[in-house]
Design a protein around this ligand. Structure first.
Ligand code: ADP
Length: 491
C-alpha cells in the first residue's frame, strides 16, 4: 500500500516540526536583536535623552542666573567705585573688590590697568559700550581666563572698563556638570537594570510558551502551555494555544484510531477470505495428487467454498455500503414493515414459527430508509432461526413510548454466553465458530445491522442466555405526529 500510516504521518509532522524548530534555532533568519534587548535599549535611550535634555536646561538656566548676577555687580561697580576719583587718580587706596579688574583708557591713549590678576582681559574684544560681554584674557596672560566686562565712556572721553573674572562661575558650572553626569550615569544604570528585570519578568510566560511549543515540536504532544489569567495577553494566547493543541491532538488520535480500525478490518477480511481459499486449494491439490478420484465430491466442496467466499464478499460490500451510503429517509410504518419481514422469513424458512405482536395504539412511524430497515429486521429474524437452532421460534414485538418506537426480536433458541453477547456486533465475530461457519455466516450481519440502526439515529442491544434464547431490542426515534402530514403529502 502506497499510503502512509497515520502513525508515520504524525511522526513526519512532528519530525518536520522538530527539524524546522532546530533549523530556526541554529540559523537565525537575521541579526535582529531579541525584543527584550530592544525594550531595555529603548528604555535606557529614552531615559538618557530625558536626562541630557534636563541637564542642558538646568545648565543654561544656571548660567543665566550666574551671569546676570555678575552683570549686576558690574553695573554696580561702574556706578560706584569705578567712578572713584581716587581710583582714576591712581591712589593706592581703592574701594574696588578684589575679584574685579579695572582698565582706564584716557583720551590720549594711555592705558591703566588695576588688579589684572596676572591675566588681563583683552578689552579689544568689547565692541559695544554699556553692555556686559564675555571676553577672553590677553594672549600673554598667565592663564587663559574668561572675563565678564562692561565699558563706558565718560564725558571727558575717558573709557572705563570694569571686568570680573568668570572663574568662580565656571568652576561652579563645571562642578554642576560633573554632578549631573554622575547622577545621569547612576540613573541610567538603574534604569537599565530595572527595565531588564521587569522585561525579563514580563517575558517569562512567553519563554514558557516557546519552550512548550518546542517540546511539542519534538514529539511531546501531551504538553500544554501553563494557564494564566485570561485578562492578560499571554493568558489569552496560552488559552487559544491549548485549545488548538487539544483539537489537533483529538483529530490526530481520531485519525489514528480510524487507521487502526481500517487496518484491523482489512486484516480480518483477508483472514476470513483465506480460510475458504485454503480449502479450495486443499481440494484441488487432493484431486491433483490422486488422493481422490471422486470428481463430484471435489467439485461440490469447491462450489461450497466459492459460495462462502461470495457470501463474504457480498457482506463486505454490504457493510461498506451501509457505512458509506446516504439513506433516503421517508416516514416508514414499522408495523407494515415488520409484517412484510415476517412473511419474507416465512417464505425462506417454511414451517418455522414467526409471530408478530403489535402493542402500539397508533401507527408506529419512524423516519428511515424502508429497504435498509427491512434488511435490519430480516437479519435479526433469520439469525434467530439460523443460530437459535431447528426448534427455535421467533417473536417480533412492536411498541412505542413518547419519543421512540421499540422493536424487539426474541427467539427461544440456544442463546449465547454473556461474553459472546458483548461481541456479536463486532465485525467477523461468531459466537460458536463451528456451528456458525457451518451455517455459512460471515460474522458481518450484526455489524451491518448496527451500522444501519445507528445511521437512523437509533440503538441496538442484546440480552441472551444459553439455553433460553436471545432478545434483540432496537430503539428508533419516533416521528412526531406533527411532522407526519407534511411528510405524507410529499409522498
Ligand atoms: P453471521 O453471519 O454469522 O450470522 P452475525 O453478525 O449476524 O453473523 O452474527 C454473529 C454471531 O452472533 C453469529 O455467528 C452467532 O454465533 C451469534 N448470533 C447472532 N444471532 C444469534 C441468535 N439469535 N442466537 C444465537 N446466536 C446468535
Amino acid at each position: 500500500m502506497a499510503d502512509k500510516g497515520t502513525d508515520e504521518v504524525a511522526a513526519d509532522i512532528t519530525d518536520g516540526a522538530a527539524k524546522k524548530g532546530k533549523s530556526k534555532l541554529s540559523t537565525p533568519p537575521s541579526r535582529a536583536l531579541p525584543m527584550r534587548t530592544w525594550l531595555v535599549v529603548l528604555t535606557v535611550m529614552i531615559s538618557a535623552f530625558g536626562l541630557v535634555g534636563s541637564s542642558v536646561a538646568v545648565h543654561v538656566l544656571m548660567r543665566e542666573v550666574l551671569f546676570s548676577r555678575v552683570d549686576e555687580d558690574l553695573a554696580m561697580g561702574i556706578d560706584t567705585w569705578a567712578r572713584s576719583v581716587q581710583l582714576n587718580r591712581g591712589s593706592s587706596v581703592t574701594p574696588m573688590p578684589s575679584e574685579f579688574c579695572q582698565i582706564t583708557i584716557s583720551p590720549t591713549g594711555s592705558i591703566r590697568t588695576v588688579n589684572d590678576q596676572g591675566s588681563p582681559p583683552d578689552f579689544h574684544q568689547i565692541t559695544e559700550l554699556g553692555t556686559p560681554v564675555t571676553i577672553e584674557s590677553t594672549a600673554n596672560s598667565l592663564e587663559e581666563r574668561d572675563w565678564r566686562a562692561i565699558a563706558i565712556q565718560g564725558d571727558d572721553g575717558t573709557t572705563t572698563i570694569v571686568a570680573r573674572s568668570l572663574e568662580p562661575e565656571q568652576q561652579l558650572m563645571a562642578g554642576l556638570g560633573a554632578i549631573q553626569a554622575i547622577i545621569a550615569a547612576i540613573v541610567l544604570i538603574l534604569m537599565g537594570l530595572a527595565s531588564y528585570y521587569f522585561v525579563r519578568r514580563a517575558m517569562a510566560p512567553l519563554r514558557e510558551v516557546e519552550s512548550t511549543a518546542l517540546a511539542i515540536a519534538e514529539g511531546d504532544l501531551d504538553r500544554r502551555v501553563p494557564e494564566w489569567s485570561r485578562e492578560t495577553e499571554v493568558g489569552q494566547l496560552s488559552y487559544v494555544l491549548n485549545k488548538m493543541l487539544g483539537e489537533l491532538q483529538d483529530s490526530l488520535e481520531e485519525a489514528q484510531s480510524k487507521e487502526e480500525q481500517m487496518r484491523r478490518f482489512v486484516g480480518d477480511a483477508s483472514h476470513e477470505l483465506r480460510t475458504p481459499l485454503t480449502s479450495l486449494r486443499g481440494y484441488t491439490e487432493l484431486y491433483r495428487q490422486g488422493a481422490t478420484d471422486d470428481v463430484d465430491f471435489v467439485l461440490t466442496k469447491i462450489d461450497d467454498e466459492s459460495k462462502r467466499m461470495k457470501l463474504l464478499v457480498e457482506d463486505l460490500l454490504a457493510l461498506t455500503r451501509a457505512e458509506g451510503t446516504r439513506l433516503s429517509m421517508k416516514p416508514v410504518d414499522l408495523l407494515e414493515l415488520t409484517l412484510s419481514v415476517a412473511s419474507s422469513a416465512r417464505a425462506a424458512f417454511p414451517g418455522r414459527a414467526i409471530e408478530v405482536d403489535n402493542s402500539t395504539a397508533a401507527i408506529p412511524v419512524v423516519s428511515g430508509d424502508a429497504d435498509r430497515l427491512h434488511q435490519v429486521l430480516l437479519n435479526l429474524v433469520v439469525n434467530g432461526l439460523k443460530h437459535g437452532g431447528e426448534e427455535a421460534t421467533v417473536h417480533i414485538e412492536l411498541r412505542y413510548d413518547e419519543d421512540n418506537v421499540i422493536v424487539v426480536v426474541a427467539d427461544d433458541g440456544e442463546g449465547m454466553s454473556p461474553e459472546a453477547a458483548q461481541h456479536i456486533f463486532e465485525r467477523f465475530y461468531r459466537a460458536d465458530t463451528s456451528r456458525s461457519r457451518g451455517s455459512g455466516g460471515s460474522g458481518l450481519g450484526l455489524a451491518i445491522t448496527k451500522t444501519l440502526v445507528e445511521q437512523h439515529g437509533g440503538t441496538i442491544s442484546v440480552v441472551s442466555e444459553v439455553g433460553v434464547g436471545s432478545v434483540f431490542t432496537i430503539v428508533l426515534p419516533r416521528l412526531k405526529e406533527a411532522e407526519l402530514p407534511s411528510q405524507a403529502d410529499d409522498e
